[in-house]
Structure formats: C-alpha cells, structure tokens
Design a protein. Structure first.
Length: 222
C-alpha cells in the first residue's frame, strides 16, 4: 500500500504544459478551441474543457481570454484578416475587370471551403457571441472591427476593379452584399451538406460565378 501511495505521489498531477511565450500560448488556446467548438458545438464547450485541452488551469486561461466569447471573437478576427489577405492576392492576377472580379468572388468561396471550421465558427455561430451584426460603413475602415474591415476591403477592391462604368447604378457595397450572400450560401451548403448528390464542385462554382457576373455586368449595360 505504501508503495502504491509513493507511485501515485510521483505521477504528474496535471497534463498542463510547460510555460511558453504569450503568443505560443494564445495560439494553443485558439487551436484547442477550434477543435472543441467544431466537435462539441460552441454552446456545449466550457472554459474548464478549453483549459484542459490547452493544458492550462482555468485561471491560466483567463489570463489570455476572460470569457469563451473572447476566444470565439479572436478566432473570428483571425479568419477575417486571413480572408482579407486572400482577397488582396486574388486581384493581383486577371487581365480584365471581369476576370479580376471573378477571382475576387472565387477567393471568398475557396477560402470558406479551405477553412471550414474557421468559416463556420465565424459566420454561423450565434451573433450574440461575436457582437451586434449592425454595421456603420460610414466609419473609416481602420476604426472598424475585422468583420467590417474585410467586407469594406472587398468593396473597395471591387470598386477599383470595376468602377461606375461597369457597375452602373449599383453601389460597390450593394454588389459586395450580393456576392457575399451568394458566396455564403455556396460555402455553407457545401460544408454542411457534403452527402447531398451535388454536381461537380467546380462546375457548380463556375456556373454560379458566371450567373452572378452576367447579372452584374448586364445591369451596367442595361
């Protein structure tokens, strides 16, 4: 019995990891949260479970993120920043405004399909966890939160590509909304309904882009 007690005392009492740098710890917490939120559902995950998955005490977790909502918000901010970078890369190529706009619209869809967990956590979790959806786009982009900044950057890139001569009476913010809710529908359905007998994915996306672009550019010519 004494030997058993001795062995128990010698065993580690926690799975907590050795302390690393702040940035490393923050990334570990966010990665753990992505896994748990995706597998268990955001509403079901507790800060205790998050701390255990990240190898921290709850107190240690609170040093980096006081609430579960703060963790989800950080994931959302990283997602929007990465989306914005994808938009920037997309418009570098393309010889014509139509091709550049196609690439810009494609960048949204491809990003969502390539990062399904981040996309769903950012766009489909209850908005109360991320803050109000109401946006004031009259406020300069540098003073906006990441979600509004990515939206406004998309609109600015679209305006730079097309301008009023191609968009006609449609405002860039309106066209951006059109492209975003079409893109969001495509991404959400392909992620959440993978077993549906969809046609070839590339055929669907190409066809969707063609229909939308024809509508946008056709409106300008009308």
């Amino acid at each position: 019995m004494d030997q058993m007690k001795s062995r128990r005392r010698s065993e580690p009492r926690s799975k907590r990891k050795a302390k690393g740098s702040g940035n490393e710890r923050r990334s570990e917490i966010l990665n753990a949260a992505r896994e748990l939120f995706t597998s268990e559902g955001y509403a079901r995950v507790t800060t205790r479970a998050l701390a255990e998955r990240a190898g921290l005490s709850q107190t240690g977790l609170y040093i980096y993120f006081p609430t579960k909502e703060d963790i989800l918000r950080a994931i959302s901010e990283e997602t929007h920043d990465a989306m914005t970078a994808a938009f920037e890369r997309a418009v570098v190529e393309g010889d014509t405004p139509r091709e550049k706009l196609r690439r810009l619209a494609r960048a949204y869809i491809e990003f969502g399909l390539s990062h399904p967990a981040d996309y769903q956590l950012t766009f489909t979790v209850s908005p109360e966890a991320l803050g109000p959806l109401k946006k004031d786009f009259s406020v300069p982009s540098e003073r906006q939160e990441p979600g509004a900044r990515s939206f406004m950057r998309f609109a600015k890139l679209l305006d730079d590509i097309c301008g009023p001569e191609l968009l006609g009476e449609l405002e860039p913010l309106v066209v951006t909304q059109i492209l975003w809710f079409v893109g969001h529908g495509a991404v959400s359905l392909l992620i959440s309904r993978p077993d549906f007998p969809w046609a070839d994915r590339e055929t669907l996306i190409d066809g969707l882009e063609t229909l939308v672009l024809n509508g946008v550019f056709g409106q300008a010519a009308a």
